[in-house]
Structures are given as structure tokens and as C-alpha cells.
Design a protein around this ligand. Structure first.
Ligand SMILES: NC(=O)c1ccc[n+]([C@@H]2O[C@H](COP(=O)([O-])OP(=O)(O)OC[C@H]3O[C@@H](n4cnc5c(N)ncnc54)[C@H](OP(=O)(O)O)[C@@H]3O)[C@@H](O)[C@H]2O)c1
Length: 262
């Protein structure tokens, strides 16, 4: 994998989970990392381990105008931006009949609106530096149609659609835009479901071909690939990184229909 020495990489939701792992991976490749999120103590904890002059710029991406404002504040503290990892996101597990308008607005504000406005706010800097790489973290929820997650799935499908549209808009400027659709990754995002839905975790694990949950590093290594020049001819793509969940049968054929193999 090519290095990222001399590059500046912004990671949203860098205070824990996939964002934390991504910040560590990009730093290890030599990038200066800008870490953002709401919880300053956690951002500083992660930044404290990084070696390339990391910068913490806090933001609440649920607020109107937050993406645009964050882009401005980032460009006040670094020379420019080459890589943007739009990772911050919130879950929303609700039946369609019980979700409120406020909840729909909230999940779209964080997962979609701020992702787009931050990207727009930083694209000018990438263009002036000859191009860049935007990596959006979507979800298998946007690919496979999960139950009781209609608004969340909608946000992630929107992220994949915007990935392709922005790749078209900014390709001539040398900006590549790709998304990663993680499967089940063991992070805090699952805490509520783990506690409130007995057996959910075990049931979902049984649906994964590789028979294990993913970890932050499983996604961060793919983030590093998209950030680096190794993926220089890839844009507008969504890479599902899920151990074989969304599009792979988790059961070997003989267990399902042995007569078909005779
Ligand atoms: N874990 C999975 O199984 C999985 C699967 C598919 C997709 N994903 C996606 O992967 C991304 C990261 O998820 P994760 O599992 O690492 O979740 P996580 O551990 O809950 O981390 C979420 C991150 O987003 C930040 N964030 C949340 N609300 C924010 C807000 N209003 N403003 C700014 N930052 C905010 C959090 O920081 P603060 O709380 O400090 O603000 C935190 O750093 C999300 O987009 C998620 O949808 C996760």
C-alpha cells in the first residue's frame, strides 16, 4: 500500500469505533489526521496516540450548518485537506409505525446532510491540491433491506447514491469518492440493541459466511486502501465489507438442499 506522508486526512466520528481505527490506520501510513466528533476527551485520547501532529476539531453534526461550519474551522487549522473519511453516524432501530418525524430528521441530519455539506466544504481545498479521496461509511443496511431500520437504511442508501453522484461531479477535479458498507462491526453502536434484543447478536452472527463479527480494523484497512494511491483508478464504488452477510449465503449448499447435489 502506498504511503500518505504529507497528506492531511479528516476523520469524522474519530472518538471511537470505526472512526478511531481509521484515524489510527491513516496516521500509521503517515497522514496528519484531523479528528472530529462531539466528545473532546475521547478525541484527545485517540489523538494522544498519533504521531503526525494530529488536530482535534470538535463538532455536533446533528446541528443545521454544522458540516459547512466544520469545514471552515478545519481549514483554519490545517493547510488543506487531501482525504475525508465521512464516518460519523447514528443508528435508528424503529418499526415504521413507531418512528417519529424528529427521529427521521435527526438520523438524516447526521448521516446524510452533514456528510454532504462537509464534503462540499472541503472539496475546494482538495481541488486546489490537485485532487483527493472521499470515503463515505455507509452500511449493509443500505444494501439488503433490514427490518425495523427503515430510516437508517434510507440514510445509508442515500450515502451510496451520493457517492456515485459526487464521483461524477468531482472526477474531473481528481477527487475520487467511494463508500464502504460495513456489516456487523463490534462497536458501541450495537450497545442498545445488544441489551434490549436478546439473542440478536448470536442470530446475526449465524448469518455471516465468515462466522464472526468484524472489528474496527477490518474497516480501517479498507479506508486506508481508498485513501491511498493504491485505489487511484477506483471511484463511485461501494465496497461491501461484511465477512459475507449481505450478498453471500451463510449456509453451505449441502446443509440446505442436499438432493440438489446428488
Ligand atoms: N458498527 C457497525 O456494525 C456498523 C455497520 C454498518 C455501518 N456502520 C457505520 O459506521 C459508522 C461508524 O459507526 P461505529 O460502529 O464506529 O459507531 P460508534 O462507535 O457509535 O461511533 C460513532 C461515531 O460517530 C460520532 N457521532 C455520533 N453522533 C455524532 C454527532 N451528532 N456529531 C458528530 N459526531 C457524531 C461519535 O462521536 P461522539 O459521540 O463523540 O460525537 C463516534 O465517534 C457509522 O456511520 C455507522 O452507521 C457501523
Amino acid at each position: 500500500m502506498n504511503g500518505l506522508e504529507g497528506k492531511v486526512a479528516v476523520v469524522t466520528g474519530a472518538s471511537r469505533g470505526i472512526g478511531e481505527s481509521s484515524a489510527r490506520a491513516l496516521d500509521a501510513l503517515g497522514a496528519q489526521v484531523v479528528l472530529t466528533g462531539r466528545t473532546v476527551a475521547d478525541l484527545e485520547r485517540v489523538a494522544g496516540d498519533l504521531g503526525n501532529n494530529p488536530v482535534v476539531v470538535p463538532a455536533d453534526l446533528a446541528q443545521a450548518g454544522a458540516g459547512t461550519d466544520l469545514a471552515k474551522r478545519i481549514l483554519e487549522v490545517v493547510q488543506g485537506v487531501d482525504v475525508l473519511v465521512n464516518n460519523a453516524g447514528i443508528p435508528m432501530r424503529r418499526l415504521p409505525e413507531s418512528i417519529t418525524e424528529e427521529e427521521i430528521d435527526l438520523v438524516f441530519a447526521v448521516n446524510v446532510r452533514s456528510l454532504l455539506t462537509l464534503s462540499i466544504g472541503l472539496a475546494g481545498s482538495m481541488k486546489s491540491r490537485g485532487g483527493g479521496s472521499i470515503i463515505n461509511v455507509s452500511s449493509v443496511a443500505g444494501v439488503r433491506g433490514p427490518g425495523a431500520r427503515v430510516a437508517y437504511a434510507g440514510t445509508k442508501g442515500a450515502v451510496d447514491a451520493m457517492t456515485r453522484a459526487l464521483a461524477s461531479d468531482w472526477g474531473p477535479d481528481g477527487i475520487r469518492v467511494n463508500s464502504i458498507a460495513p456489516g456487523l462491526i463490534a462497536t458501541a453502536i450495537w450497545e442498545e440493541s445488544r441489551n434490549t434484543i436478546p439473542g440478536l447478536i448470536e442470530d446475526m452472527e449465524g448469518q455471516i459466511a465468515l462466522k464472526r463479527w468484524g472489528y474496527g480494523d477490518d474497516i480501517a484497512d479498507v479506508v486506508a486502501f481508498f485513501a491511498s494511491d493504491s485505489s487511484r483508478y477506483v471511484t463511485g464504488e461501494t465496497l461491501v465489507v461484511d465477512g459475507g452477510l449481505a450478498r453471500v449465503s451463510a449456509s453451505a449448499a449441502p446443509q440446505v438442499l442436499p438432493e440438489l447435489l446428488e
